[in-house]
Design a protein around this ligand. Structure first.
Ligand code: KG4
Ligand code: ZN
Length: 358
């Protein structure tokens, strides 16, 4: 007899294979995540073919572990939820096929979930329900976006990146600094010993006349870090005296302190822009709540700055626990509960989409 509240979630949109069991949309019974970081580290980023192959190899074992860890029997599961957009198409398809098979075999509804919306729901996991209306800032390796949220399933995109995602910028800057992959956690750690004002990296605010200015751009910042560290093409090592002894020659020439200073200054530039846009989004949406989500929401400087912003604009700040910042199936299953309750289930011909449909 199915316990009407337990949902199995499956997430394979990028480089984490994850299965989770969640009751009543918020109580996480198990959340198993198999990371592929080691496979992609030597490439400095996710290689799509490698990712989809690794999902195929991992999915059965991850499903098994999630079921065992939760103590839930298949006949207690009310629905199977799966991330079907956006993401790497080959990776999404692995999770989607697994989900369809289980929904068919167990004869339960299938629910398709948008991965970015699931990140916006993640602060509700093992926590109180989110109070709406809210302004959500979702930043990860693949996305940087602002949403006006009037409920867990009602999200309107109000700003997005026109080039790199924030997490992608962290990963690329870590590559320039030769400090490892994924870059976010390493830069976060390095930055704690650095001076955020040491290097005046640019902030792109994209404020045009009449434009709401809620879009993001991080490619200029990334290039500024590249030129600062490796030197500006066509120019002699002119600015070294100002920029620091090791600047302009390559990461290997930076002292430990210079490395920390570059990390802290880069991170400060990203956080400044993200927080400034979130402040504007809160105003535009009349939000009562600020939501952070996605891998970059684990960033300590961003979390602190968001706390200060929430206090200033008298909003409640909702951030996911650190274990729910990066990709996980608990957020997929949690959000699916709201779709299931409103009857929005999918047929077995549900498709995967690499980009978000508008
Ligand atoms: O949400 P996520 O797991 O995957 C996508 O949906 O893309 O986010 C992964 C991203 C990576 O770019 C990683 O460098 C970044 O999140 N990240 C961080 C931190 N932890 C992970 N960025 C900044 N600071 C962190 N502490
Ligand atoms: Zn994600």
């Amino acid at each position: 007899m199915a316990d009407a509240t337990i949902i199995l979630g499956i997430e394979t949109s990028c480089d984490e294979t994850s299965c989770a069991l969640v009751a009543e949309g918020r109580r996480v019974l198990s959340n198993v995540v198999a990371s592929q970081i080691d496979l992609h580290a030597r490439f400095g980023g996710v290689v799509p073919e490698v990712a989809s192959r690794a999902h195929i190899e991992a999915i059965n074992a991850v499903l098994d572990s999630a079921l065992k860890a939760s103590g839930v029997r298949p006949d207690q599961i009310a629905a199977v939820a799966v991330t079907n957009e956006p993401g790497l198409i080959g990776s999404l398809l692995v999770g989607l096929m697994a989900a369809k098979t289980l929904a068919w075999v167990w004869d339960v509804p299938l629910v398709g979930v948008n991965h970015v919306y699931a990140h916006a729901y993640s602060p509700a996991l093992d926590a109180e329900p989110i109070d709406y209306p809210a302004a959500a800032l979702i930043c990860s390796g693949g996305h940087t976006a602002l949403y006006r949220c009037t409920g867990p399933t009602e999200l309107e995109l109000i700003g997005t990146t026109i080039d790199d995602a924030a997490g992608e910028a962290f990963d690329k800057v870590a590559h320039i600094l030769q400090v490892g992959y994924p870059g976010g956690p390493v830069i976060d750690r390095l930055a704690t010993g650095g001076n955020p004002q040491a290097v005046a990296f640019p902030r792109s605010f994209l404020r045009g006349p009449g434009a709401p200015g809620l879009d993001f751009s991080f490619s200029g910042l990334k290039t500024a870090v590249l030129y600062h560290v490796n030197g500006t093409p066509g120019l002699k090592r002119q600015a070294r005296a100002v920029a620091g002894a090791g600047a302009g020659k390559g990461a290997a020439y930076l002292t430990k302190q210079e490395l920390a200073d570059v990390a802290a200054s880069f991170q400060a530039a990203v956080v400044d822009v993200l927080i400034s846009k979130l402040r504007r989004a809160a105003k535009v949406t009349g939000a009562r709540t600020l939501i952070l989500g996605g891998g970059v929401s684990a960033n300590s400087a961003l979390r602190q700055a968001a706390g200060e912003l929430a206090e200033k604009c008298r909003c409640t700040l909702r951030m996911p626990q650190l274990c729910y910042c990066v990709d996980n199936a608990a957020q997929t299953a949690g959000l699916a509960w709201h779709y299931l309750r409103s009857g929005r289930t999918a047929d077995l011909d549900l498709e995967a989409f690499a980009t978000v449909r508008r």
